[in-house]
Design a protein around this ligand. Structure first.
Ligand SMILES: [Zn+2]
Length: 269
């Protein structure tokens, strides 16, 4: 069966980064006072006559407020891959944190595919607590609610066959309704883990990331990633700078900006 599935190209586009320390990324901190920078990505899936965007990144304004280093607008940068943002019809949102949903308004013709549980979470009782609400931008939450009233949000529940060779899977923990995307490529199924594992180290060492809704669910979701992927090298973490080093740029002029995830990585991690 699987040989009949489309084989997509998959790209990670880096749009921002920040300096950070190891202790910032693990519950309980870390004994080593060493740097551990964070990269910010959106992902593009292309093939079978279609193109899909996974997450929309954050804007320069939000980067300035949150003291992040914004390198380029993730949506304008789609043009580097010859993609007109106005021709993006479908966006998969892994979750609604500010760094994953922030530029949705720059995609005028898109429908947004999100787990219904995530929308319940971001409009529900836990948002009164700064620990949970600080990773969301209220105007973005309200913006997605408005788009839902316009019929532009597809709220999915559980595992979903999104398109031939693309499936969505709930991986709660970091947020209540986080989902990951599994894409069929020429090297087999690739799992875009997004924040189900920020770094390789979170899932490999079972050390949950510091921003969490449910820690037990987060660790269980590492096991979901492992089940979905044919090997650990097929799981792409959401914020690890190693991704830019392990995978090749599609083109020399895109070095340091875009990498291809549908080809075998050099294993550095
Ligand atoms: Zn994130």
């Amino acid at each position: 069966m699987s040989d009949k599935l489309p084989e997509y190209e998959v790209f990670a586009l880096k749009y921002a980064d920040r300096q950070a320390k190891r202790a910032d990324h693990f519950i309980g901190g870390d004994p080593h006072d060493a740097p551990m920078p964070m990269d910010y990505f959106v992902w593009v899936i292309r093939g079978n006559g279609r193109q899909y965007l996974v997450d929309t990144g954050f804007t320069a304004e939000v980067a300035a407020q949150r003291k992040r280093h914004h390198i380029r607008c993730p949506i304008d940068s789609l043009k580097l891959l010859d993609i007109d943002p106005a021709r993006i019809d479908d966006v998969i949102l892994t979750h609604m944190h500010y760094d994953h949903v922030g530029s949705f308004h720059k995609l005028p013709n898109a429908r947004f595919h999100l787990q219904e549980k995530e929308l319940h979470f971001v409009t529900g009782r836990h948002m009164r607590y700064p620990f949970f609400n600080r990773s969301f931008e209220i105007e973005e939450v309200v913006g997605i609610v408005r788009l839902n009233f316009k019929g532009k949000v597809e709220l999915v529940t559980g595992e979903v066959d999104f398109a031939p060779g693309i499936t969505l899977h709930p991986t709660p923990g970091h947020t209540a309704g986080l989902q990951v995307v599994r894409v069929h490529t020429k090297r087999g199924w690739v799992v875009l883990a997004s924040d189900a594992s920020h770094y390789y180290e979170n899932m490999r060492a079972n050390r949950p990331f510091a921003t969490a809704f449910h820690i037990g669910d987060m660790v269980d979701s590492y096991r979901v990633l492992e089940k979905l992927a044919p090997s650990p090298a097929h799981i792409v973490p959401g914020h690890d700078p190693l991704v830019m080093q392990e995978y090749p740029a599609p083109d020399r002029k895109l070095e340091g900006i875009v990498v291809r995830l549908d080809v075998e990585p050099k294993r550095l991690s």
